[in-house]
Design a protein around this ligand. Structure first.
Ligand code: FES
Length: 118
C-alpha cells in the first residue's frame, strides 16, 4: 500500500492540507512526524479527525490510501472486518467493536487549511 508522505510535526502549527484538497464528502490519511497515523473526514465545511487505528484489533482502517468511508460516505468503514463508525463522533455502530470508538484528534480550519490543534 502506498504510504502517505510524512508531514513535519509543528504541533499546533502543523498544516495537514487545504480543506479543498479533500472531496466533499471525503477522507484523507496523514502521517505527522512520529505520531500515530491519522485521517480526516470532510463533510461540507466541517472536518473530523481520528487516529487510524481500529478499536477492534488495533490495525489501520483503510484498504487503499485515503479510503475511509462507505460508498455512500455515510459512515467511516474499517475494511478489515467491516465495522462502521459515525463520522461525527467516531462511535462504532456496527461490527465487532460495537459501542467502542475511534480516538479523536483535535483539528481546526484556519485560512482554508486543516491544522492540528494539539
Ligand atoms: S480490525 Fe477493524 S473491524 Fe476488525
Amino acid at each position: 500500500m502506498e504510504k502517505p508522505e510524512i508531514i513535519e510535526d509543528l504541533g499546533r502549527d502543523t498544516v495537514l492540507c487545504a480543506l479543498s484538497d479533500i472531496e466533499d464528502p471525503g477522507s484523507k490519511g496523514f502521517r505527522v512526524g512520529r505520531r500515530e497515523r491519522l485521517f480526516v473526514v470532510r463533510k461540507g465545511d466541517d472536518v473530523f479527525a481520528y487516529m487510524n487505528l481500529c478499536p477492534h484489533q488495533g490495525v489501520t482502517l483503510d484498504w487503499k490510501p485515503d479510503a475511509f468511508l462507505t460508498s455512500e460516505a455515510e459512515y467511516i468503514l474499517c475494511a478489515v472486518h467491516g465495522a462502521l463508525f459515525e463520522i461525527e463522533d467516531g462511535m462504532c455502530v456496527y461490527g465487532p467493536c460495537l459501542g467502542r470508538s475511534l480516538a479523536p484528534i483535535e483539528v481546526r480550519i484556519e485560512d482554508g487549511n486543516i491544522m492540528l490543534d494539539s
